[in-house]
Every structure is written in structure tokens, then in C-alpha cells.
Design a protein around this ligand. Sequence first.
Ligand code: NAP
Length: 243
Amino acid sequence: MARRRLLLLGGTAEAYRLARELEHDPRVDCLSSLAGRTADPALPAGRYRIGGFGGVAGLVDFLRQEGIDRVLDATHPFAAQMARHAAEACAALTIPRAKLWRPAWVPTPGDRWLPVPSIPAAADFLRTHPAKRIFMTLGRKELAPFIDMTDKWFLTRTVDPPPALPPGQLILARGPFQPEAEKRLMQANGIDLLVTKNSGGAAAKLAAAAELHIPVLMVERPAPPEGPLLAAISDALAWARGA
Ligand code: NAP
């Protein structure tokens, strides 16, 4: 039987794990795709490509040229544009597609969350909030709305240097992080508010913030694309391998 040709849209811990699991699978020929956002990305196991496709039309061409017959979208829950493009391109070619949608974080007793629907809303909220020392963990290209907040001090953490930085200090680091180290970092810098997207997955910074009674400005997720959502890696593997 011919091997399935799977496009695995990645850039997440789950996608790396899926690529490793599928690398030697006799049923699936897996091609991973990275956007090419970070300067020195970890490379997935097996075959991979890097860079945008050129919108929906470019992705349609790519899927045709590569003879892809199934698309597993394992991009980050906030990668809404890629998810939409994948949905549209697969619908146009009637190729099955599913989205790995890792569960969102939910507040537990002791958490002090301030939910906001978007990053601009987070910036608006922050302007009138009394917090002065903020642990900023949004992505490096999401910081522009905060750079003129000169009455606040930001400890900003990104993987690569941001094009523009809010006032304060920059840490370049790639997760995963440990709750104890996150707690020490927040204490050492006198942090009184954490800003994050509701990415889901490992939550060391949230555990540390809860322990220190630090409020969390939580940017809620965009809506998922229509169609099948897979919550667990085991579900995604079964879908990738399925008939
Ligand atoms: P996005 O806004 O949804 O996508 C913007 C454009 O980047 C897409 O239209 C596509 O370009 C290209 N692209 C995105 N993901 C791609 C992939 N896996 N392979 C090839 N091209 C891709 O995405 P984003 O939020 O900037 O995220 C970019 C990548 O970083 C994603 O792969 C995502 O999994 C990863 N990531 C994102 C976040 C986050 O918070 N957004 C966090 C961690 C990791 P074309 O239109 O030219 O095809």
C-alpha cells in the first residue's frame, strides 16, 4: 500500500513530538513545515521545509506539487492565520485536515486572572492598571502596543530579540521553564503582574504567579478553525495514521 503523504504544520512542542513518532512509520510519509520565525529553530525529525507558502493560493500549489493527501495542523493555538489558510486550501482540494488544539489553561482557586480578548485590549487594560513591574511573555512581534508605557517597567522574555522593546529589561530564553526558577525570577524582579497568552501546555509561570499571588493579564485564544479538533497527541497520531 502507498504511504500516506502527510503535511505536518508545526512550530510547537507537540509537532516535534509527532514528527519523531512518525519518522519511521511505514504508513506515513511525514513532511514537517516551520514558518521560519526563529533564527535558530530546533529541526524536526524526518523531512522538513521552512518558510511561508505564500497565502492560500501558494499552499494549494504546494499541496498539489507534493501530492499531499492529509494535513495535520499542529501549529500554536494563536497561529490563527495559518490555521485559516490550511482550512481553506484543504477545503479547495478536498484534502482531510485536522487541528491539534491543545487544551487551554483554566483558572484554579488561587489564580488571579484578568482575561482580555486580544493583545490591543491587554495594552488598553494595562494603561489604567496600577501594576508597575510587569513580566511580559508575549511574542517578540506582539510588543509594539506596550513600548510607550514609560510609567511602567517590563521584564520582557522572548526567544529572539524583539524589533521594539517596552521600557525595562530583556531576557532571551526558550522554554520549557521550571516553576521554582520562574518564582525566583519574579521575586528577584519585584514583579506585580504577569502578561501572557492562553497558550495551554506547560504552565510554570502560572504556577509561580499563583504561589506569589501575582495577577495574570490573560489574553484569550482566537476561535479554533472549523472541522475536527484533536486534543491529545495520541489522537493526532491516530488521525495521521488512520484510514
Ligand atoms: P500565523 O500568524 O497564523 O501565520 C502567519 C503566516 O506565517 C502564515 O500565513 C504562513 O505564511 C506562515 N506560517 C505560519 N505557520 C507556518 C508553518 N508551520 N509553516 C509554514 N508557514 C507558516 O502564525 P504565527 O502566529 O506567526 O506563528 C508562526 C509559527 O510559530 C507557527 O508555526 C506557530 O506554530 C509557531 N508559534 C506561534 C506562537 C504564537 O504565539 N503565535 C507561539 C509558539 C509557536 P504564508 O501565508 O506565506 O503561507
